[in-house]
Ligand binder design. Structure first.
Ligand code: SAM
Ligand code: SF4
Length: 329
């Protein structure tokens, strides 16, 4: 799959549910209306769609959400998709999770061929964690992280940097990740979805974070590219890596190799644009995978050059109405 700008699409992120057992302040409002079941693809439909993308050249698949591990039967999907790892059609099957259910699933994930997981963790302070996630329990996530480590999964921590909320937690998080041997990725808040508050208050440019971190740590630029939008530095004191994802201050679209599928079968060719393709109706109207493949090709031919996020300081409105939990980040 090659888009109109010559970029090869080899990475599919799939949001398997819009539901979640947390209500992170930057991601969701406290009261959310979730999709009715009929609109959500069944596990079999998700499998068929993912397999169609793999047949068309996707080499890396990431399950996300909402919280992927709260989707009932999720392990059935993971186990089924792992056949593409065995056949060599897929290089990597991975997931992004809040970690709350990992203690239950870590072993089975590893057994199904999952090698790495991204775990979202914005602070190591239990009180701050409860405030940021509204419904989360840090000790449960820590148990999940321990279980993932014990199962041999490689762990990357995702941390959303928020002004006045967790900016003081970044340095301790770097030290902790260094001790545990985890990579860390810092993410700028993106203006997606109504969260029932003004996000510009918490917007923290990572250029500032980096400058501040450089006062306490020796940071060396490295050229590591994990196929994602993060730029990495090595922390000489810990030997660990920190990635910076800066959609707001730095455009990473030139090298974009990914598309995003929602749990309703809507394909977004760009995280920051509204244009999408409805693959669910194609999927439900025909058993023929050739029809599905043609619909995927047509969608890829519409992949836009890039996004144009702006956090508008005069308005608290999001740049896009949909929440991150719809497209999975
Ligand atoms: N529930 C899982 C989790 O939290 O890891 C997977 C889905 S979550 C939407 C994926 C990632 O998006 C998380 O790392 C989360 O911190 C991040 N995220 C959510 N809303 C965001 C926003 N508005 N700006 C930046 N990152 C966001
Ligand atoms: Fe749930 Fe992840 Fe969104 Fe937090 S960031 S509310 S854990 S989907």
């Amino acid at each position: 799959m090659i888009d109109p700008f010559g970029r090869k699409v080899t990475y599919l992120r799939v949001s398997v549910t819009d539901r979640c057992d947390f209500r992170c302040v930057y991601c969701m409002a406290e009261t959310m209306t979730f999709l009715p079941k009929t609109e959500v693809l069944s596990l079999e439909e998700l499998d068929r769609l993912c397999s169609a993308f793999i047949a068309k050249g996707v080499r890396k698949l990431r399950l996300t959400g909402g919280e992927p591990l709260v989707r009932r039967g999720i392990m059935t999907l993971v186990e089924s998709l792992s056949r593409h790892l065995e056949s060599g059609a897929l290089d990597e099957l991975t997931l992004t999770t809040n970690g709350s259910q990992l203690d239950k699933h870590a072993q089975a994930l590893a057994a199904a061929g999952v090698r790495r997981v991204n775990i979202s963790l914005d602070t190591l302070d239990p009180g701050a964690f409860a405030e940021i996630t509204r419904w989360g329990d840090l000790s449960k996530v820590m148990r999940g992280i321990d279980a993932a480590e014990a199962a041999g999964l490689k762990i990357k921590i995702n941390m959303v940097a928020m002004k006045g909320v967790n900016e003081r937690d970044i340095s301790p998080m770097m030290a902790w990740c260094g001790e545990r041997g985890f990579d860390l990725t810092l993410i700028e808040t993106m203006p997606l979805g109504d969260i029932g508050g003004d996000r510009s208050l918490h917007y923290l440019p990572l250029s500032m974070v980096r400058a501040r971190l450089a006062q306490d740590w020796t940071l060396t630029d490295i050229d590591d590219r994990t196929g994602g939008p993060a730029r990495y530095v090595r922390i000489e004191e810990t030997g660990g890596r920190v990635g910076f994802i800066t959609p707001m201050t730095h455009n990473f679209c030139e090298s974009c190799n990914r598309v995003r599928l929602t749990c309703t079968g809507t394909l977004y060719m760009c995280l920051g644009q509204e244009d999408a393709a409805d693959l669910r109706s194609v999927l439900r109207s025909s058993e023929d995978d050739a029809v599905l493949a043609a619909a995927i090709d047509e969608a890829i031919s519409r992949k836009p050059k890039g996004h144009d996020f702006v956090i508008d300081r005069r308005s608290s409105k999001p740049a896009l109405a949909r929440h991150m939990s719809v497209t999975g980040g």
